[in-house]
Design a binder for this molecule. Sequence first.
Ligand SMILES: [Zn+2]
Length: 97
Amino acid sequence: MAPHLPDHQRLPVTTRLPGTRRECPIGGELYSCSRTVKAGHLMCPYHWRQVPKNLQSDVWRTWRKFNRTHADDDWKAYLEARLAAITEVERINRGRH
Ligand SMILES: [Zn+2]
C-alpha cells in the first residue's frame, strides 16, 4: 500500500500531467478548444464524439486497467491511447479551422 501522503500529493493521477488543467486538450496553432472537461473525461463532449469508437474504447480500457494496477506500463498504455485519440481529433479538425 502507498504510504500516507499529504492531501496535496493525493490528487487524481491525471493532474500529474502538465497541461491537463480541466480544459479540453484539443487545439493547435490556429484553433484552441477551451471548453471545460468534466472530471474523469479526457476532452469536452463535443470533441469526444469525434473520437473513433475503437480509440474511445482503448482510452477507457487502458484507463480502467491502470486504475486497477497502478503499474507504469499500464500508465504508458493509457498515455498512448489518450494521445492517439487527441491526435485523431486534431487531424479531423485541421481542415475545418
Ligand atoms: Zn474540445
